[in-house]
Write a protein that binds this ligand. Structure first.
Ligand code: NAD
Length: 494
């Protein structure tokens, strides 16, 4: 059978760049080639941006409730195709099928939610300080939005950006991750089937340093919305801000779960397993630090170890798998490198190796790994490993737990297990991350609240929820004077 080729979608047409190279797309569970993706360049980005710029002139004038109809249809179609999309997602990304279904559901939810914004997009109407005068603010589109997204949530993160960009009247040039081009292709086919006008969303497939860089550097992209690693985000930020573009960045994490002496330990173990080893630790909100009160450390370790050893590692397509493969060989190597670091910084409780035997031989599998007695400033407790690796950090008090949590460069998500109500509210106030969970792990965001982090995780914007509209709109303040005379604010009324 001929390999599937993932192409670009520019100005309403599926296209292949003339003479361009192609890259293989692999299933991380077994190394099988799923298809090929075209490696585009600056010329295709230019064509896509020009199409988006032209289409924006009419798209911004389509009433927002009507733009919402496209989102409703798209969400319905995503729902219709949920299982098919989840299977494709697992094959490209490796995450267990139940997680893949959850991810597609997130995109469905975001579509329906943002469609409703077509009938809100609230501004403010406020009293004017002078008589015979009306004062209000309106949200207006920014223009052409360049979306750059990672492979770990190839459709959820895309939907967090795509739907608010469209509902607000922007047009889009989307550069998805090289590892998951099929999900981008499927999303665009659905948008097309639902009546997407030509040029309103343009998809350009290829590498980050070619396509992504061209999207950021193009004079006619007005906003860049990026999710990915802090290193890439930093490069994008310096380029885009030098061009005075709006740029929103969602980047790395080093998320902690605090387990206090009053916690329900079994519940905490559930939360740790789900947050630490779900998506093989390749979530931006994955828990990688477990800050535990010394009085319950031994019990927690015992229970955690027993449950970790019972996890089924395997192909995500198998309903019985709890932990799937890592995305690619380089990720496997990177995680493995941290084992050398970890063995000098803590005590290995379990795991620690690449899985090469039998059914694991062709995939990128790594054992769920736990180090204990790790110091808060150890490299494995500070650097984003992005794999199934936990570091247990013992502490003597609640104050120390808060301090250790906050002594990280990143600030995405944190969690505390406790039954002390005073600790709950102090944690809510004092943990310095963008997301805080109480008696739940560090992952599990719902789409109608802001998603993002502080410090080196972000630059002040939030995806998801109505907060995402702040990325994709500019404020316009409007004053209508119907007094029939010149009224000077701050002067004629004082
Ligand atoms: P990455 O930074 O390597 O790639 C992200 C995207 O940027 C990809 O589409 C890539 O092709 C593109 N890119 C790479 N170099 C580029 C360049 N020079 N110019 C423009 N674009 C470029 O990240 P990744 O490995 O795909 O994703 C994992 C990272 O993403 C982790 O650090 C994770 O924490 C982070 N992440 C953060 C969030 C969040 O919301 N905070 C969510 C998911 C993932």
């Amino acid at each position: 059978m001929e390999a599937r080729i993932y192409r670009n979608f520019i100005n309403g047409e599926w296209k292949e760049p003339a003479g361009a190279d192609q890259a293989d797309v692999f299933n991380p569970a077994n190394g099988k080639v799923l298809g090929k993706v075209v490696l585009s360049g600056a010329a295709e980005v230019d064509e896509a941006v020009l199409a988006a710029k032209k289409a924006q002139k009419s798209w911004k004038n389509v009433p927002a409730p009507e733009r919402g109809e496209l989102l409703v249809k798209t969400a319905q179609e995503l729902k219709e195709k949920k299982e098919e999309l989840a299977q494709l997602l697992t094959s490209e990304n490796g995450k267990p099928i139940q997680e893949a279904r959850g991810e597609v559901q997130e995109a469905i939810d975001m579509g329906f939610y943002m469609a409703g914004e077509g009938r809100r997009l609230f501004g403010q109407t406020v009293p004017a300080e002078l008589p015979g005068k009306h004062a209000m603010s309106l949200r207006t589109p920014v223009g052409v939005a360049g979306l750059i997204t990672p492979w770990n949530f190839p459709i959820a993160i895309a939907s967090w950006k795509m739907f608010p960009a469209l509902i607000s009247g922007n047009t889009v040039v989307w550069k998805p991750a090289l590892e998951t081009p099929g999900m981008a292709d499927a999303f665009l086919h659905i948008l097309e089937d639902c009546g997407l006008p030509a040029g309103v969303v343009n998809l350009v497939q290829g590498r980050g340093d070619a396509v992504g860089d061209a999207v950021v550097s193009h004079d006619d992209t007005d906003i860049i919305s990026f999710t990915g690693s802090t290193g890439t985000g930093r490069k994008i930020a310096s380029k885009a801000s030098g061009m005075l573009k709006k740029v929103s960045l969602e980047m790395g994490g080093k998320n902690a779960i605090i387990v206090m002496d009053s916690a329900d330990i079994d519940l905490a173990v559930d939360g740790i397993l789900w947050s630490g080893f779900g998506t093989s630790g390749q979530r931006c909100t994955a828990a990688s630090r477990i800050i535990v009160h010394h009085s319950i450390k031994e019990t927690l370790e015992e229970k955690l170890l027993a449950r970790t050893k019972n996890l089924t590692v395997g192909d995500g397509a198998d309903e019985a798998s709890d932990v799937g493969p890592l995305i690619h060989e380089q990720a496997l190597e990177r995680v493995n490198e941290y084992m050398k670091v970890g063995s000098s910084e803590g005590k290995l409780l379990c795991g620690g190796s690449v899985m090469r035997q039998g059914k694991y031989s062709k995939g990128n599998y790594f054992e769920p790994t736990i180090f204990t007695d790790v110091a808060p400033d150890a490299r494995i407790a500070q650097e984003e490993i992005f794999g199934p690796v936990l570091s247990i950090i013992p502490v003597d008090s609640f104050e120390e737990a808060l301090r250790v949590n906050n002594e990280a460069d990143y600030g995405l998500s944190s969690s505390i297990f406790t039954s002390d109500v005073n600790e709950v509210f102090r944690a809510v106030n004092e943990l310095d991350t963008g997301i805080v969970y109480v008696n739940a792990g560090t992952t599990g965001a719902e789409i109608h609240l802001p998603f993002g982090g502080t410090k080196k995780t972000g630059n002040g914007y939030r995806d998801s929820g109505t907060a995402s509209l702040d990325i994709f709109t500019e404020w316009k303040s409007v004053y209508v004077d119907y007094s029939g005379k010149l009224q000077r604010a701050q002067i004629d009324n004082y």
